[in-house]
Every structure is written in structure tokens, then in C-alpha cells.
Design a protein around this ligand. Structure first.
Ligand code: FEO
Length: 399
């Protein structure tokens, strides 16, 4: 891609990566992504906002050169220091010998570890600080946990533009960078929601705070760091509405799903009995036994992380819980699951390590694991089923 003009003083120098299918190891990106970066040219100085993934460094530099000589860049603003934003910084500094790096205090600490340099020319951007480029001013607005503690927005009032970093972004890539040019809007909004759930789902109070800060700004362009640039004439208002909707506080129903895998139907029988016990204790709650292998993992992940409490069961194979159970547990929202009640169970044939191993994992997440769980050898007897139902009842009565 070539550099693209956004406003009189702002150009996008964004890398498109339509082939990407997995972001940060765990996040599926069916529609690729982009690493958006921008140059703001004032009458006197130029600033670069965000850098790019280091893999694309040479192409990225070529685009910068379409807008200005890199040596003219006097500020590199990093709204967030995750390597998809900061990865090119170290090499870029060689081409931008005059550049100072504007970053939050938290970001300054991360950058030292990311670049392995402690001589970086840092300018710590505090709330309300600004830099004057001559006819264009960049004002820094802290936006913590959107999506790391270091995150901030950068606002250019003269160009009616806010640089929102990850917020309002999407892993979505089409050849043109404006929201008005998106060819497949349904796919775009699907990608927007997937991105929101994965990146911001755990940080809803911070999303609400970020939206509040954005509502105090006058802007027509939201220059995100991934996906299309959002415009008032395009999808910006709808995306803001969706973010407000998705991050709203809701008084939801009590949901206590019972996840399980079962090799021969024995752990499944325990799951069903536990769910019956849960519903006996809390008749108005939602609870059912869910075979992990029968439901899309992203759906299970969302259900688990939105649950009031949950139970999880596995047979023991190779002295451990089975892989689908571990995959589900790898998606637990570690930030918001502290003290979430959890119950562990499973049928086994010989050694039965699954329950202990899952319990150790959930304790490591600082969840509130109920009693010692339930282990049953081979086929549950009538008494085992009765015990499982009673366990479910005690579990659901405990919170
Ligand atoms: Fe786009 Fe949180 O990195």
C-alpha cells in the first residue's frame, strides 16, 4: 500500500496484512489485520503516531518516505507499546535521529524492555500534556487498560482527529483504509465484535471511561491502530453506539454452566447430575451440562467468562485432563475471574489426576474452587449420581 492522505496534515502509513489468520498466538483473525500508523505534519515539525510490526519494516519505511524524510520526524508518539505498535521503533530510531518518543509513564517502562535500551529519548506524556507541531497540536489523554496499562489517546483538535490506538479497532483488512470503502460491512462488524470481545471484554469499566473521554472531544476521524479509519460520514457513530452497548453494565441472570468432556458417558452423567443439583438450589438460574466438543470454543469462552460460576469436568487420560478442557480453561479471563466460584469433577479409570490438575489451574487463577471436587471411578453408581447432585446443590447454595 502507499501512504494515504487522511486530512490536510495527516497521512496514513499503514501496513495491510490480509493474510494474517492468528494474532498474538490465540486470536483468530479471519479477515486479516492492519498495523495503522500516521504522520502528522505541522508547519514546523512532523510527528509519527504508532510504528508498525517489525516484519514489515522496509515497506513501512518506504511509505514514510512518501510523506517526509524520516530525519524530519521530531516526535514518535506511542499510544501503546505492545510490539504490534512498537516493534519497528528500535530500527526506526536509526533513521529518525532527531525523534523524541512520547509515551505514558507505564509505556516508558515497557519500552526499555522491548528495545533493550535505557538511553531512549523519552518524553513522558502526562494527562493533558501537548506538543505543538505548528498549526497542529497533539494532546495526550490517558486511556489505561485499552488495552494495556500504558495506553493513551492522542487528539489533534485542529484536524478534528483522535488517534484511539486499539480502541474502536478491528482485525479486518480490505485494500482501502476508510470505513466508507468497506465492501463487506457484515464481515467488518463481525470482526469488530470479535476484536472487542477478545481485547476489551475483560476491561468494560475502562471502555466506559474511554468512551466518556472521547465524548468530550470534537472529532470527525477516529484513526484506529487496526482496521479501517472511522469517519462521521461512515461507521464511526455506529461503532461508538455498539461500544456503549457492549460495555454497558447489565444485571444479568445467574448462569452456572457445567462444562465437560466425556470418553464413555461417565463424566457426562456426573455433569447432568451436578446441573440438576444446581437448579434445585437456584431454580431461577440458567444451568445445563455442555459437552465441550459439541460447541464452538469462542461461544464456550464467552459463556464461561460471563458466568456467575461454573463447573468443569474431565476424564483422566495420560494422567491429565483432556486437551479440549485445557483449551477452554486457557481462555479464562484471568482479570475478572478472581474469586469466581468453580467446581471440578470427573470419572476416571486408574489414577484420576484430572480433577487435581484442573483444581490447581483454577487455584492459580485465584478462583474460588469448591470443596475437593468429585472423583468417581469408572461408571457412576446410583449413589455416585446422588452425591454429584448433592454436590451441585451445595455448590450453588454457597454463593
Ligand atoms: Fe494492537 Fe494491544 O496491541
Amino acid at each position: 500500500m502507499s501512504a494515504v492522505k487522511v486530512t490536510d496534515r495527516i497521512s496514513a502509513v499503514s501496513i495491510l496484512n490480509p493474510a494474517m489468520r492468528i494474532f498474538d498466538v490465540v486470536m483468530k483473525t479471519e479477515y486479516g489485520t492492519s498495523y495503522n500508523s500516521y504522520i502528522v505534519r505541522g508547519d514546523e515539525k512532523a510527528a509519527l503516531i504508532e510504528t508498525s510490526h517489525v516484519t514489515f519494516f522496509s515497506h513501512y519505511v518506504e511509505m514514510i518516505k512518501q510523506v517526509c524524510d524520516p530525519s524530519e520526524i521530531e516526535y514518535i508518539v506511542l499510544n501503546h507499546c505492545e510490539p504490534d505498535h512498537s516493534g519497528s521503533l528500535r530500527d526506526l530510531l536509526d533513521l529518525c535521529p532527531n525523534a523524541k518518543i512520547c509515551v505514558s509513564r507505564a509505556g516508558s517502562i515497557y519500552l526499555k524492555g522491548i528495545t533493550n535500551r535505557d538511553d531512549l529519548p523519552l518524553v513522558i506524556a502526562k494527562d493533558g500534556d501537548s506538543i505543538d507541531l505548528g498549526g497542529a497540536t497533539l494532546k495526550f489523554i490517558p486511556a489505561p487498560f485499552l488495552h494495556w496499562p500504558d495506553s493513551m489517546f492522542t487528539y489533534c483538535e485542529e484536524e478534528r482527529t483522535v488517534f484511539t490506538c486499539d480502541m474502536l479497532g478491528s482485525h479486518y483488512c480490505e485494500p482501502y483504509i476508510y470505513d466508507t470503502a468497506v465492501t463487506y460491512p457484515a464481515k467488518y462488524f463481525e470482526a469488530l465484535k470479535g476484536y472487542y470481545d477478545a481485547i476489551f471484554g475483560p476491561f468494560k469499566p475502562y471502555v466506559r471511561a474511554g468512551l466518556e473521554k472521547l465524548s468530550n472531544l470534537d472529532y470527525d476521524f477516529a484513526c484506529t491502530s487496526h482496521g479501517p479509519i472511522l469517519t462521521r460520514d461512515g461507521k464511526l457513530n455506529e461503532v461508538l453506539r455498539l461500544y456503549n452497548e457492549w460495555s454497558a453494565q447489565v444485571q444479568g441472570e445467574v448462569d452456572i454452566p457445567v462444562f465437560y468432556c466425556s470418553a464413555y458417558g461417565n463424566t457426562e452423567k456426573l455433569a447432568q447430575a451436578i446441573s440438576r443439583g444446581i437448579l434445585r438450589a437456584k431454580p431461577d438460574a440458567k444451568s445445563e451440562a455442555i459437552d465441550i466438543n459439541s460447541v464452538e470454543m469462542s461461544v464456550l469462552q464467552a459463556r464461561l467468562n460471563a458466568s456467575t460460576a461454573f463447573a468443569v469436568g474431565s476424564p483422566t487420560i495420560n494422567s491429565d485432563a483432556v486437551a479440549p478442557v485445557w483449551e477452554l480453561l486457557s481462555h479464562v479471563d484471568a482479570i475478572n475471574s478472581k474469586k469466581r466460584p468453580a467446581l471440578v469433577f470427573g470419572s476416571y479409570g486408574w489414577s484420576g489426576e484430572a480433577v487435581g490438575n484442573i483444581t490447581a489451574r483454577l487455584n492459580g487463577l485465584r478462583m474460588s474452587v469448591f470443596e475437593d471436587g468429585l472423583k468417581v471411578t469408572f461408571v457412576p453408581s446410583d449413589e455416585d449420581i446422588k452425591n454429584a447432585e448433592e454436590l451441585g446443590f451445595r455448590f450453588a447454595s454457597s454463593f
